[in-house]
Every structure is written in C-alpha cells, then in structure tokens.
Design a protein. Structure first.
Length: 169
C-alpha cells in the first residue's frame, strides 16, 4: 500500500501545482480586465474559485493518511468542476487564437495573450485529469480495502456490515 500512498502524494502535488498555475494565469487576466463587468468575466471568476478550492483541498489532503483515500467523491466532484472550467474557457476563446490545441509558434518567453490563454486552458485540463485519476485511485483503494475485510469472514457465513457507531470490543 506504500505505492498507493506515494502515488497519492504525487497526484496531490500535481493538483496543487496545476491549480496554482491556473489561479495565477487567470488572476493576471482578471487584473488586466479590471474595468469589465463581472458578468463578462464570470467564466474566469469561476475558474479562480475552482482553483482556490483545489489549492485548499490539495493542501489539506496532501498528508499521507489512509483516510485521504475516502475523499474520492470530493475528488470526482472537483474533477467535474475542472472539466466545466475547461469547457467554459474553450468556449470563451472560440477560435480567437486559432485552434485551442494548436501549439505551433508559441514561445515560452513571449508575452502573448493567446499563449497565456492556451496555457491556462491546458493546465485546467491537466488539473481535471489529475483530480479524476485521484478519484479513481480512491475508488480502487476503498474497493480493495473492503474486499480484504470481507474476505476475512468465514465461508458460508453471511456478511453483515458492522455499524459505524458500534464498538469493536
């Protein structure tokens, strides 16, 4: 199980890094468009909120406890929120900078708005994928953990799940 814990830590660090990058890039865009109405910046505000929540939860769940695997429903929900942010950003760009996935002619040191917008979209997608993988790992861990517990019941005995409020004594 140490391998799953290590993989979980790597995923949480990637979630934290990707969310921080998206928050930074989106924050720069929001700062550059201060005078615009909040209605026209709604997609970006949503993206910053999702990035902020992701940063908070990634930091909290970064610690390697076996209990961190039971958060897979929240991981899946955050993944869905990232996919929504990705879709909103792609729809907002609407081909203004060419194809969203066309990375030809983009320079890293170039101060280009299209480069920043495409990088923001790419890291939002990567964050959605990493949160989804984290949820899948959590489902795998929980299923494997419950299977090993059920396998300790003698054959022929009907399995009865113990209530959480009953003591183990």
């Amino acid at each position: 199980m140490i391998l799953a814990d290590l993989f979980s830590i790597i995923l949480r660090l990637a979630e934290l890094a990707f969310a921080a990058i998206v928050a930074g890039l989106t924050g720069v865009y929001l700062d550059a468009n201060k005078g615009a109405s909040s209605w026209s910046l709604g997609r970006h505000i949503y993206t910053v909120v999702v990035a902020g929540l992701s940063i908070i939860f990634a930091i909290i769940w970064l610690f390697p406890f076996s209990g961190s695997f039971i958060h897979w429903p929240a991981d899946f929900f955050i993944s869905v929120m990232w996919f929504v942010a990705f879709g909103l950003l792609v729809d907002w760009l609407d081909g203004a900078c060419g194809n969203v996935f066309d990375w030809d002619g983009i320079n890293i040191n170039d101060r280009n708005t299209c480069t920043e917008l495409k990088a923001n979209i790419a890291f939002a997608f990567l964050s959605a994928i990493v949160w989804l993988v984290s949820a899948i790992l959590g489902i795998y861990w929980v299923r494997r953990h419950t299977r090993t517990h059920r396998s300790t019941v003698p054959a022929g005995t009907p399995y009865r799940r113990r209530r959480w409020y009953r003591s183990r004594v």
